[in-house]
Ligand binder design. Sequence first.
Ligand code: BGC
Length: 370
Amino acid sequence: MKRIVLLLLVLSVVFGMAGPVFAAGGGEKKSQSDLSVGIVLPTKDEPRWLQDEAWFNDALDEAGYSVEILFSQGDPARERANVEALISKGIKVLIICPHDGAAAASAADEAKKSGVSVISYDRLITGTPNVDYYVTFNSITVGEEFGKYLVANAKGKNNNLYLYAGAATDNNAFLFFEGAWNILQPRIADGTFVIRNSSEAVALSGKQKLTREEMGKIIGQVTTNWDFNVAKNLAEANLTSVGPGAKGEVFIAAPNDGTARSIADVFAADPDVTKYYISGQDAEKASIQYIIDGKQSMTVFKDVRTLVKDAISAAVAILEGDKPLAYGVYNNGATDVLAIQSEVITVTKENLKKALIDSGYYKASEFSGL
Ligand code: BGC
């Protein structure tokens, strides 16, 4: 019951919501400014964040309220303006997924100065002590799942490996890469894989633990910038510059579903590519259809319902003067940020129905050929 009351309280923060809110049970009247949370997400242009918006709205609607969620559209200046707008509306807790983790530090500083607690959501804000909590998935595991899938399907030696990464402005891109490298590097060193699209990765292939700077060098060569078109152009450029010997059966570490679909389409269209295995993450609807159709091999399912629930619970705890339950820390370059972390599930054609349909994440009717 306490949880429902708390949920109602946090939901009452809602901007533009008319009238006072009564806390169930206690009958105490809360004005809008008594308890408030603001949410800022990075962009509407990537399906991942529309999933988060939908699940936030769902969680909030369930209690009979609507909430205003602001999007930064990949623009740090707009992100800052969004945060300022929310602060001026009297929020007490900011849940923010930064477009650019380093640039968002100043927004976190400003929030803190105004007495607002900051929860970094999915992506870590770096370079500032003014982040109270980090609600996230285990992003190193996500990358390790990419690597494990590719390793499990590679037979013999000299398998063609293509590496791709997310945006260097996103701390997660480093974590995903680190995870993939943890698993792939020993198999590169023993000759199972040959990297075909990064001279920096080839140069560092004898090293199991890379520094951030070293990872940055590789990411600089293989970044998609989380952009479908950049991913497509890069894959095309990679396939143009290698000979047919680097094609045939290929293994592709793609950093998320959106870029995986772009890259997969490029590889599928090359007559010299006979078969490809490709990773992804987010369990985006379009990628689930790709997996059903045999065009994408796997995705890492990050159940956004859990992340949303964790973020709301953390906000409620802060508003109540409690400490959210955090089990670990992430160093953001300025401090160790307390973290609340969720696990992930690897999804292939084999377990797709169980993981995504039976769990109620999607409806079977949203797909064809299931
Ligand atoms: C998120 C991924 C997402 C990517 C691109 C990352 O920070 O963790 O789920 O696919 O950003 O938006």
